[in-house]
Design a protein around this ligand. Structure first.
Ligand code: G4P
Length: 283
């Protein structure tokens, strides 16, 4: 499935968010902890202005803990922003998130006071529906494996002082930056017909060879990494029996296998993006 965020959709989504924002006290922006830059859409920062925002670094179970901690520090320095890493399915995570939300918007969200009006926003497949369902304690949003199916239009009273408005928080992925688009593809955030599987796998292997070489070696039992990323992929295919008749490696199948294992966390906890270097002495 190709994501069909043609300009008409983008314009409508932007208008809906702008229209909803005056009645929202807190934005929960769901990001993928493995790629917090590419899984964000800067349009939200533009629309929200100074409104309090929690950056949820979701899927923390798949990301490198040390890098996620760096991201939290990085986002916490921004005005009216707090970041929290979590796993959207965990009730405990959702409770911690709402506690942080109440702290960021004093005077709301506690029984007897005005409700805290919350909007969940993010690109497809970052875990918005999962998080909404966990916060609500029941299934109110559809969770799916294919991008761009979050279509719920609800306002839900969580009966704990929180009024959850999950619409219209659907942002579109930015695909104009090649490296970012590749990270989105590698994470599974964009439909598989929208990119070339082998190229994404080879480029991702190149990144992992630089930042997580040992995880690659361990997973695929490679004493040393072959010279090029293409050769690494071929070796993975050979070892996993992704062959065509004649014994040649089926690169496409090898790439699919590699990306599936990456997404499932089987290679290890991997972050594809790190915060920009901050000058020393700013802490
Ligand atoms: P969306 O509304 O933003 O589009 O995302 P959604 O909740 O549908 O989640 C997309 C996929 O990400 C789902 O997997 C969901 O289970 C998974 N997911 C959400 N949060 C987390 C998390 O914290 N950690 C991990 N590892 N996965 C998470 P799926 O395979 O598409 O669906 P399902 O088979 O799990 O139901």
């Amino acid at each position: 499935m190709i994501i069909d965020w043609y300009p008409g959709h983008m314009k409508k989504a932007k208008e809906q968010i702008a229209e909803a924002l005056p009645k929202i006290d807190l934005i929960i922006e769901v990001l993928d902890a493995r790629l917090p830059v590419s899984s964000a859409n800067p349009i939200l920062a533009y629309l929200r202005r100074d409104k309090p925002c929690i950056k949820v670094l979701n899927k923390q179970d798949l990301a490198d803990d040390a890098v996620t901690r760096e991201w939290v520090r990085y986002f916490d320095r921004q005005q009216n922003v707090s970041a929290i890493p979590l796993e959207a399915k965990e009730r405990r995570s959702a409770n911690a998130l709402l506690k942080l939300g109440r702290k960021m918007v004093p005077g709301r969200g506690i029984r007897g006071l005005k409700p805290l009006r919350v909007m969940v926003a993010g690109i497809p497949n970052v875990g918005k529906s999962t998080l909404i369902n966990t916060m609500a304690g029941k299934k109110i949003a559809r969770v799916g494996d294919k991008p761009a199916i979050t279509t719920c239009h609800q306002q839900v009273d969580l009966r704990n002082g929180i009024l959850l408005n999950d619409t219209p928080g659907l942002l579109w992925p930015k695909l104009d930056d090649q490296a970012g688009a590749r990270h989105l593809a590698a994470s599974g955030a964009i439909g598989e017909n929208a990119y070339d599987t082998s190229s994404v796998a080879v480029a991702t292997i190149a990144e992992l060879s630089a930042s997580y070489p040992n995880l690659l070696k361990q997973r695929y039992k490679l004493p040393e990494l072959p010279e090029t990323s293409q050769m690494v992929l071929e070796e993975i295919g050979r070892r996993r029996g992704c062959l065509v008749s004649g014994g040649e490696v089926d690169l496409h199948r090898a790439a699919e296998l590699f990306l599936r294992e990456l997404r499932d966390g089987k290679i290890g906890r991997i972050s594809l993006e790190r915060p920009p270097m901050t000058p020393s002495g700013t802490d």
